[in-house]
Design a protein around this ligand. Structure first.
Ligand SMILES: Nc1ncnc2c1ncn2[C@@H]1O[C@H](COP(=O)(O)OP(=O)(O)OP(=O)(O)O)[C@@H](O)[C@H]1O
Ligand SMILES: [Mg+2]
Length: 259
């Protein structure tokens, strides 16, 4: 891992009405780093990922991805407001896999994967199809290219969603509790696939997960997050085995009770 920053959150504030979700978040993720974010429900974990996907906009602060300002790109020495072309360019750097798969129900598996490359990146259809078939092979679903999403099991849907995110060849991948809607056995197969991906590629990865076994295997760093702020962070060993903060210990024992 080198230390080039891949993602920087600088003093990010985000509220929904009177509910302050992120209260001056500062966090840097290095290129190729694998960071696991843990924290209680409602603490703002998904909001952090959605901000990177431009699904949400911060109230204030700056988000830098790959050295480029997400909402205020530098133009002629000044920071300007992002235009649609800039946002498209920035979105193509980041892929995300969601808890509930979010496949397009009206498109067959192959088209779910090719839609964004063809429409957003203007990849020729034949080339996008070829790449999608390779990605389906990689996630173990080579024979499902012609299926409808409704014909797939949960684990298969999540594999398609992973292939779809990879199709844009993002530098950064975000995973938001991607196995919490799956049976334990299927969940561990999907997590093994993601672990292989993490080990074989050089993408920067952010994971929100309650799967502590997976977190230990994948994480370069674990960040415990509560009430809009980072409470504690460090290696998995530091944060999960030897937490310094009482709040972290309380959270981890609650998770153990639930698993
Ligand atoms: N679109 C929205 N409109 C209003 N409030 C929202 C919206 N999205 C999130 N919130 C609120 O923001 C807070 C943080 O939500 P977020 O989804 O980031 O939490 P989380 O840490 O991912 O929780 P969970 O572990 O349950 O997924 C919550 O209080 C939530 O109710
Ligand atoms: Mg969430």
């Amino acid at each position: 891992m080198n230390n080039d920053p891949s993602i920087e959150f600088i003093n990010i504030r985000k509220s929904y009405g009177t509910n302050t979700v992120l209260d001056g978040l500062n966090m840097t993720v290095s290129a190729r780093e694998h960071v696991v974010i843990i924290g209680p429900s409602g603490s703002g974990k998904s909001t952090i990922l959605k901000l990177l996907m431009t699904l949400e906009k911060p109230d204030s602060g700056e988000i830098i991805i790959d050295g480029e300002n997400l909402w205020h790109p530098a133009r002629g020495g000044q920071n300007s407001e992002a235009d649609p072309a800039h946002l498209r360019h920035m979105r193509s750097k980041v892929g995300m896999v969601f808890q509930h798969f979010n496949l397009f129900p009206h498109l067959r598996v192959l088209q779910n994967i090719t839609e964004a490359p063809v429409r957003v990146l203007a990849v020729p259809r034949a080339e996008a199809n070829q790449h999608a078939r390779e990605l389906l092979d990689r996630v173990g679903l080579a024979d499902k290219y012609n299926a409808w999403p409704a014909e797939l099991s949960g684990g298969q849907k999540q594999r398609v969603a992973i292939a779809r995110a990879l199709a844009l060849q993002p530098r950064i991948m975000l995973f938001d509790e991607i196995t919490s809607a799956l049976d334990p056995e299927i969940a561990s197969q999907v997590l093994q696939l993601v672990l292989d991906l993490a080990r074989q590629t050089d993408m920067t990865m952010l994971f929100v997960t309650h799967q502590m076994h997976f977190a230990r295997q994948v994480a370069d760093r674990v960040v415990f997050f509560d009430q809009g702020k980072i409470v504690e962070q460090g290696t998995a060993n530091q944060v999960l085995e030897n937490p310094a903060q009482a709040r972290t210990r309380e959270f981890l024992s609650n998770i153990l009770m639930a698993s």
